[in-house]
Design a protein around this ligand. Structure first.
Ligand SMILES: CC(C)(COP(=O)(O)OP(=O)(O)OC[C@H]1O[C@@H](n2cnc3c(N)ncnc32)[C@H](O)[C@@H]1OP(=O)(O)O)[C@@H](O)C(=O)NCCC(=O)NCCS
Length: 161
């Protein structure tokens, strides 16, 4: 994978009035608002703070006007991208925002010789699994008791190479 450019969104919108940009620490409050509204098991603020300090980590936000309506967090690991979290505020769901951000990430992966995009998802998370399948992700395996509350995760992968 080329060293530069893997962490910047394409700059195009993901729908009418929506755009995607790289997040900054100033977006933390808005990211936490989406995270808490969207997830039954939200990440702690400190976890997002840490992501901003990691050279291999990126967070993108989808905005509608000034408002952050969704985000995508991922790592670059050698020639792979690992999705950590994707969330869209409940009042902005089913408008193609998550799909748009993930399509942007996959296009960026193709442009930067990424071999595969990987993620873990709760086995009960039907919405996210449907979203990932629609984008070409396939289930690779099951991690037992992956989450703190004991739930298993599917490992899903989209091969780009
Ligand atoms: C999963 C999530 C990110 C999807 O965001 P979204 O912007 O609403 O998704 P999109 O509008 O881009 O949906 C794209 C496709 O995914 C599938 N999908 C999305 N949400 C779905 C749902 N609730 N039920 C079934 N399929 C769903 C559909 O195929 C959908 O296409 P369609 O609307 O044309 O039918 C959102 O529901 C969310 O934030 N959930 C809570 C956080 C979470 O679980 N994140 C995943 C962590 S691994």
């Amino acid at each position: 994978m080329s060293a530069e450019g893997w962490g910047e969104p394409g700059g195009e919108g993901v729908g009418e009035g929506l755009s995607v940009r790289r997040a900054t620490p100033e977006d933390l409050d808005a990211i936490m608002e989406v995270e808490r509204a969207a997830h039954a098991h939200p990440w702690q603020r400190e976890s997002f703070e840490r992501e901003f300090t990691l050279e291999w980590s990126r967070i993108w936000v989808a905005t509608e006007g000034e408002r952050v309506v969704g985000f995508l967090a991922y790592w670059r690991v050698l020639d792979e991208l690992h999705i950590l979290d994707v969330a869209v505020h409940p009042d902005a769901q089913r408008r193609g925002i998550a799909r748009g951000m993930l399509e942007m990430l996959i296009a960026l992966g193709h442009a930067h010789e990424v071999v595969s995009v990987l993620l873990e998802v709760r086995v009960s998370n039907k919405a996210a699994i449907a979203l990932y399948k629609r984008l070409g992700f396939e289930r690779m395996g099951r991690r037992k008791r992956y989450y703190e509350d004991g739930e298993d995760a599917w490992v899903m992968c989209a091969e780009l190479g």
